[in-house]
Design a protein around this ligand. Sequence first.
Ligand code: AMP
Ligand code: GLY
Length: 428
Amino acid sequence: MNILVVGSGGREHTLAWKIKQSPKCDKVFVAPGNGGTENVAINLPINIDDHNQVKSVIIENGIDLVVIGPEVPLVNGIVDDLKAATELKDLKIVGPAKSGAMLEGSKQFAKDFMQKYGVPTAGAKIITEANLKEGYEFLESLKPPYVLKADGLAAGKGVLITKDIDEAKTNLTDLIVNKKFGDASAKVLIEEFLSGIELSVFVLTDGKDYVILPAAKDYKRIGEGDTGLNTGGMGAISPVIFADKAFMQKVEDEVVKPTVKGIAEEGMDYTGFVFIGLMNNAGQPYVIEYNVRMGDPETEVVLPRIKSDFLELLEAAADGQLGEKTLEVEPYTASTVILVAGGYPESYDKGDEITVKEEVKSAIVFHAGTRKDNGKLLTNGGRVMAMTGLGKNLAEALAHSYAAADQIKWKNMNFRKDIGFDLKELGQ
Ligand code: AMP
Ligand code: GLY
């Protein structure tokens, strides 16, 4: 089979790398890809927001199966557009249609869905310009911290949390009246604060059956000890010590089953991943959010732990045959450490030359913001590369990730030295 992975980050590099391992795989393409994806695949330099360009490369390259990596094309209906093309009637697609992508595209839609299907989640109220006063009053009625969420997509920046009531009110005004995120924040969810420890659970579904992939924990803040600004993710670990058998059984019964049932009952056209952001509050799972794709950097630790033929799983999902599949998982621990550009997540330079001191043998190197130019490898984004280490335990996996990080250099490179610190405190 010929496979196309749509996207250009570490997630897409990992997807291409994993798919390539399948005996069923002939050629892998990544559109547009990055400086690392071309080591495992053929990059197709197109604009993925133009769905016609995606359609054209699928036809030109005889693609049998396409996986859509990021959320924006999904929420914008790329799957609907591909399905509408008669020339592509035999194409296998992994990614939900627009109706399903609403689970990530609108926090209100997701909250209504969770409430309807009894999925445990924080209580919330939806506020717009028309009931702004009610919003301020609702904030007064809550205990701090106050959680405000822009309804639409805001590149991972749409959640504002503060302990200060006046700041919470200012945030509400900024979001709705000053349109901090444009139309995406015309509606805002004010949500009860959930305490506990977070994890990410990934489900592959064909809309009726599912398999649960290994759970992971990501590290979103720029600073050590989980401090400072939010980023796209500074590292990740899988497995997660507190996601034990009893907890994961609860997740399956109370979260995954009602979610997949809801997807089926709502008649959503849903083939693909459901990324469930969960809070573990004293052993009870609560859903923070749904995403309709794999996580990044979680993919960089989840896929290396999958023993089963991943392409076969994707094909089964696209064919509606997932009920016949089970998942085999490697027993080892995976960690990934993200190397970022100095200054990220605020302003940072691009185009710096990356040097690799010695061939990196201790870890798998996945690229995110890189590009090649005349044989040179250059930075091309805030999150530049992921160092995925494997080991018999967390300490060994991390040692491999950090040994790899030591081999890579460019001007102002930065990374967190404490990935997994909280799991170590819990005894992992
Ligand atoms: P999201 O963009 O929905 O993933 O939210 C970003 C981050 O905000 C999450 O990873 C959580 O750390 C935090 N968060 C979101 N909602 C809540 C909540 N209700 N209670 C506590 N933390 C939350
Ligand atoms: N790691 C969080 C995300 O992919 O949204």
